[in-house]
Design a binder for this molecule. Structure first.
Ligand code: PLP
Length: 389
């Protein structure tokens, strides 16, 4: 059975062109870029090129790019760096809908005596800027707000948030793991001090990420040791993955237009068709600005996990929440923060498309999903009541 992969917010396929770019740097050109000899030097040149390619996608300067192992490491590094830079400041602001890479770290900080404010969201997943204005004070070391939510695709007004943060002299970090390659970003004209990106969300391999660090931003490295990354991240560079990430970023820039036209069109068609065919369905984050590739849709009185299993039997891969929360039957923290009723949160499915998604695959979901929902409602007492109504 050929898979229909609609779980691209969990991870993406490595683009063949990206793989071809990295391939020689595994078995043949395996030198250490720090070596003095020609063999390492030629790898260093490719790493430099990759850094330029990543910077170009972000509208940043290459010197502002630090290669890390993943989005999680970048998130952890940014927040810990701010706290070490300003040891006298004991307050952190984030949101209730962040990825665990931020939220777990921040919640742990409360046990170490930090004050952590988690901004709430409304029913559509939007934050209230006045809540931020009221929460931020001279004790705030860092504000960390994701650019786009991984579960709902809701996009936050990052520049407006950044303007508020800058007025109060705190550092501003954004987890842009889901935003990069899906919406245009321009660090040159941005209020963001630090930004996290993860390769495996944009058709590069797993295990590579970056931290964007605005020139002049005070910084303390998370990993110390060798002088790699200008002493900002020790450890021998994952050269093949770095080179792959450079190619993936270059390609993402070329496909950005497609993402916001063709991919968006497919997402909108899927959304419209499912809403019209399946009664008692609603979009999570429907009233907000959203990523072009993400659809989080709730079907009342059905179990998300049951839907996923039946979809999987048809070869369709989706998710019932973030990749990290599936496996637990609790509704996701994101949907709970939005106040999505339990009966809907439990039956929420996330479809996340990519440039490799085809119209035929969307047709298949529109064909296969409605009978699955009907079948599940028929075997649930509440679902049967719903069908009668
Ligand atoms: N932040 C967001 C918004 C994510 O969606 C993810 C991964 O799902 C991460 C951070 C973690 O990235 P990584 O898997 O590269 O550690």
């Amino acid at each position: 059975m050929k898979e229909i992969y609609l779980d691209n917010n969990a991870t993406t396929k490595v683009d063949e062109a990206v793989f071809e770019e990295m391939r020689p740097y595994l078995c043949e050109l395996y030198g250490n870029p720090s070596s003095m000899h020609f063999f390492g030097g030629q790898v260093q040149k490719k790493v430099d090129e990759a850094r330029k390619r990543v910077a170009a996608l972000l509208g940043a300067d290459p010197s502002e790019i630090i290669f890390t192992a993943c989005g999680t490491e970048s998130d952890n590094t940014a927040i810990r760096s701010a706290l070490e830079t300003f040891p006298e400041k004991r307050h952190v602001i984030t949101t209730r809908v962040e990825h665990p890479a931020v939220l777990t770290l921040c919640r742990g900080l409360t046990k170490k005596g930090y004050r952590v404010t988690e901004l709430g969201v409304d029913g559509a997943g939007r934050i209230d800027l006045d809540e931020l204005r009221n929460a931020i004070d001279d004790d705030t070391a860092i504000v960390s707000v994701m650019w786009a939510n991984n579960e709902t695709g809701v996009v936050f007004p990052i520049e407006e948030i950044g303007a508020i943060v800058k007025e109060r002299g705190a550092l501003f970090h954004t987890d842009a793991v889901q935003a990069v390659g899906k919406i245009p970003l321009n660090m040159a004209a941005s209020t963001v001090d630090m930004l996290s990106l993860s390769g495996h969300k944009l058709h590069a391999p797993k295990g590579i990420g970056i931290l964007y660090l605005r020139k002049g931003t005070p910084f303390r490295p998370f990993l110390v040791g060798g002088h790699q990354e200008r002493s900002r991240r020790a450890g021998t560079e994952n050269t093949a993955a770095i080179i792959a990430l450079g190619k993936a970023c270059q390609t993402a820039a070329e496909w950005l237009e497609d993402e916001n036209t063709r991919v968006l069109g497919m997402r909108d068609r899927l959304e419209k068709e499912l809403l019209s065919i399946i009664p008692h369905s609603r979009i999570n984050g429907g009233g907000a600005v959203r990523l072009p590739n993400t659809l989080s849709i709730a079907f009342e009185f059905v179990e998300g996990e049951a839907i996923l299993l039946l979809l999987s039997e048809k070869g369709i891969c989706a998710s019932s929440g973030s990749a990290c929360t599936s496996g637990s039957l609790e509704p996701s923290h994101v949907l709970r923060a939005m106040g999505v009723p339990f009966t809907c949160a439990h039956g929420s499915i996330r479809f996340s498309l990519s440039r490799f998604t085809s119209e035929d695959e969307i047709d298949a979901v529109i064909r296969e999903l409605p009978p699955i929902i009907l079948r599940l409602r028929q075997i649930s007492p509440f679902g049967r009541e719903l069908l009668k109504g």
